[in-house]
Design a binder for this molecule. Structure first.
Ligand code: AMP
Ligand code: MG
Length: 364
């Protein structure tokens, strides 16, 4: 019995020594994962072209991540849709038709977006006012008609715009956080969330992607979110800032539509520009970003690009800075930690906030 115990002891000691030796001499077997860059495009979501680039272990893994992200974006597109109804969904279209009669329970995402904007209003940031739907819808209708029949393109009468302006007070949007309901105490009030919807969506899709494919670049038209750095040796993602005055044809042939490149990781880059949506009356271009003070398309900027971590904030600010002077905008940007901006003024001159210069390729 004793000798059996002794043998067992010796064997155990030998086994331990062997384990230690193996780990010491032979390095642990490491499986190096190869990441490949994939990309895909989805059309007709958020009225724009959505591009996703990502580094994944396989094409299947990329396709799965892309599908999940697009599904989330398509769902948000329906919730934020101002023009179409969907069975059983209290989306923005439903809200704008119903909320003056009774408090309307809305999906979490819509409630979050409206509350976020109202918070900014309460902080006195009012250049981007999503409660300005009554004014914006007039411009929308005149623009749509003017694009359809350029010969009959006209400007909305100022009296009509001013009458609508009386119904743009965000105080009249009554939110109940417990019930997640929205009520309009002004029956003429309408919400237009075009200034922030893509930013909200970019944040939501990026949060999802960060979990399963953290090295990605997501672009929703002018809203870009750069995830962790690309896995091909580069230290940042390159985001092009469009030249507001590039001619479309020339640009597509020569790539000359890029004004500069912004190199970022873990940040959102959002541009508001006068070249996205506009119509022409008597040879003058009238675009889609309306200054709440003049009720007219702002003439302060050709474009403004904002860089910060939150895409909804970048989206909100790009619209706000677009309707303000460079000086006022710079003061606002300087008061906000982690926010940088680049302005293209009406004469084409470019201005940068101090911290923006570290992202702009031509300034390195
Ligand atoms: P963005 O391209 O992010 O600057 O958003 C422009 C869109 O926001 C327009 O198409 C309108 O739907 C809406 N919008 C325009 N001007 C304003 C404004 N001053 N405040 C809030 N929304 C606006
Ligand atoms: Mg915006």
């Amino acid at each position: 019995m004793k000798s059996r115990n002794a043998v067992l002891l010796v064997l155990t000691v030998l086994a331990c020594v062997a384990i230690v030796l193996v780990n010491w001499v032979a390095p642990p077997i490491q499986k190096t994962i190869e990441y490949t860059k994939y990309s895909t495009v989805r059309l007709n979501v958020f009225d724009t072209e959505i591009t996703l680039i990502g580094f994944a272990e396989s094409e299947e893994a990329f396709a799965k991540n892309a599908e999940q992200a697009f599904e989330l974006l398509e769902n948000l597109d329906r919730i934020f849709d101002a023009y179409n109804a969907y069975d059983g969904l209290n989306n923005l279209y439903y809200l704008n038709r119903r909320a003056a009669q009774e408090p309307v329970p809305v999906p979490r995402e819509l409630f979050e977006l409206i509350s976020w904007c109202k918070q900014k209003w309460d902080e006195n940031l009012r250049s981007t006012n999503i409660a300005m739907g009554a004014v914006l819808s007039i411009w929308h209708d005149y623009r749509t008609a003017g694009i359809a029949s350029p010969d009959e393109a006209a400007l909305p009468p100022m009296e009509t715009l001013q009458a609508a302006e009386a119904h743009t007070d965000f105080q009249n949007v009554v939110l109940d956080a417990n019930k997640q309901t929205v009520f309009y105490s002004d029956p003429e009030l309408q919400l237009d969330i075009g200034a922030v919807a893509k930013g909200y969506a970019a944040d939501a899709a990026s949060a999802l992607l960060s979990k399963s494919m953290p090295s990605f670049l997501l672009s929703l038209g002018g809203n870009v979110y750069a995830g962790e750095k690309p896995l091909d040796g580069r230290s940042a993602w390159a985001v092009g800032v469009q030249d507001p005055r590039a001619k479309a044809l020339e640009a597509s042939i020569s790539g000359s539509d890029i004004l500069d490149i912004i190199d970022v990781t873990g940040l959102s880059v959002v541009t508001s520009g006068d070249y996205w949506r506009y119509y022409t009356v008597d040879g003058v271009r009238y675009h889609h970003i309306i200054d709440p003070k003049t009720l007219m398309p702002s003439t302060q900027m050709q474009s403004v690009t904002v860089v910060c971590q939150s895409s909804i904030l970048a989206d909100f600010l790009s619209t706000a800075l677009f309707v303000n002077s460079y000086e006022d905008g710079l003061a606002l940007v300087n008061s906000l930690p982690g926010v940088e901006a680049m302005w293209v003024l009406p004469d084409g001159k470019i201005e940068y906030s101090a911290g923006m210069t570290k992202f702009v390729r031509s300034l390195q």
